[in-house]
Design a protein around this ligand. Sequence first.
Ligand code: PLP
Length: 422
Amino acid sequence: MDVNSVEPRLSAPDKVMSNYGLSTHEYFLEKIISTIKKQQSEEAFYVLDLGVVINLMDTWKHNLPMVQPFYAVKCNPHPDLLATLVAQGSSFDCASWSEIESILALGVSPDRIIYANPCKACSHIKYAAAVGVNLTTFDSVDEVHKIRKLHPECSLLIRIKAPDESGSRWPMSSKYGALPEEVPKLLQAAQTKGLKVVGVSFHIGSKSHNYQAYKTAIQAAKAVFQEADRLCMPPMHVLNIGGGFVSDALCFEAAASAVKTAVDKYFSKEERQNLTMMAEPGRFFAETAFTLATNIIGKRVRGEVRHYWINEGFHGSMMRVDRTALVESCISLKCMSNNSSDDNEKNPGIVVCGKGVGGARTYSSIVFGPTCDPIDKVLEGHQLPELEVNDWLVFQNMGAYTSSCSNKFNGFGAAKITYLTD
Ligand code: PLP
C-alpha cells in the first residue's frame, strides 16, 4: 500500500463554509478538505489519525491495566498503524504466516505474538516454529495432532465457544470455539500428546454491546481451568478475553468493568495473582482512526431520486461495514469548481453540506460503488443534497475490517493512498 504523508499541520482552509451547524467536525473536516486540495486528483483516500490510536492505548491502559492487548492484525494491517502500536507497547494477534512475518519485520519479538487461529495450515505452523512464535489456540483434536508433530514446544490456549454472543454485530461461534462437552476430550488429547495447555481463550463476537457476555465467557473459562485441575494437568494461568471491544468511551468503560467484576468473582485472590490476562482487540484501536474520502464519479437523475457512483464500495472498503454506520458517518462535500466554467480550476472552494438542516433541499439518493456488481450499493434511500460529479462523500470510522477485507473485483480494490495526520 502506498503511504504518503502530508505535513503534520495542514494549512488553514481558505474556504470552509460549515453552513449547516457541523462545527464540531470542523477541525477534522479542515484536514480532509486541505487534503483534497493538496491531492488534486479524484482518487479515494484514507486519512489515518495516529493521535487517535495513541489516545486509545492510554484509555486501554487506564481501564484494563492488567490485560495486555495483542492487536488483531487482521482488522487493519496498515504499516503506520502497526508501527504506532509497536511503539505504544502492544503485542499482536496474528492469524497466518504472512501476518506473523509482517509483525516480526517491525522488530517485534516473537514472544509478543500469539498465533490466534484455531485451525492452521501445516506449513504455517512450521513457520511459527521456525521463528519462535510459541503460543497458539486450538479447538479440535486434529489441531492437537498437527501441533504435536510440527511444533511440540508451542504453548496452547483452548478456544472455547462464548456462551452468549447476543449483542455482537459479527458473531464467531458458528465457526470457532469448543463446546463445553468437547472440552475434556480436547484437554485429554493435548495431555496425552505431552503438549502444554496453559490457558483459555474466547471471543464474544465483534462490535459487541453486550458486556455481560464477558462475564458468562469468563465464568465458562474458569470451568475449563477447573476441568484441567480435575484431569491433574499442570495449573492453567492464561486468560485470553479476545476482542469485541468498541472504542466509544462509555461502552469501553462498561465492558472493562464487566471484565474486572467477572475476574474478581470467578478467580480467587490467589488465582488472580498467578493469572496472565491478555486480549485481542482489533476494532477498538483501528475503527475510529481512519476516515475515508470518496469521489463522486457518476450521477443519474431519475425523477426525484438521485443516483451517484463513488470510487469506493462493497468490494473495496465496505464489505464488512454496517450500512447504518455508513449512513451515520457520511458527510457530503461540494466542490465549488463544479459550478465554474473553468475546467482547470486548481484550488476549489469546498462546502460542507449537512443533512438538509437549514432548509437545504435534499433528495432520496442511492450511492453505488464503482464495480459492475449489483450488490455494490453503499447507501440506499439516504437523503443527500444535490451533488455533482467530482463532489466528495466522506465516511468516518472506516478503520475496522475495511481495506483488509477488500478484493480486486473489476480491478478496483480499496483506496490506496493513506495520509497521516499528527
Ligand atoms: N481475535 C480473533 C481470534 C478474531 O477472530 C478477531 C476478529 O475476527 C479478533 C480477535 C478481533 O476482534 P475485534 O475486532 O472485535 O476486536
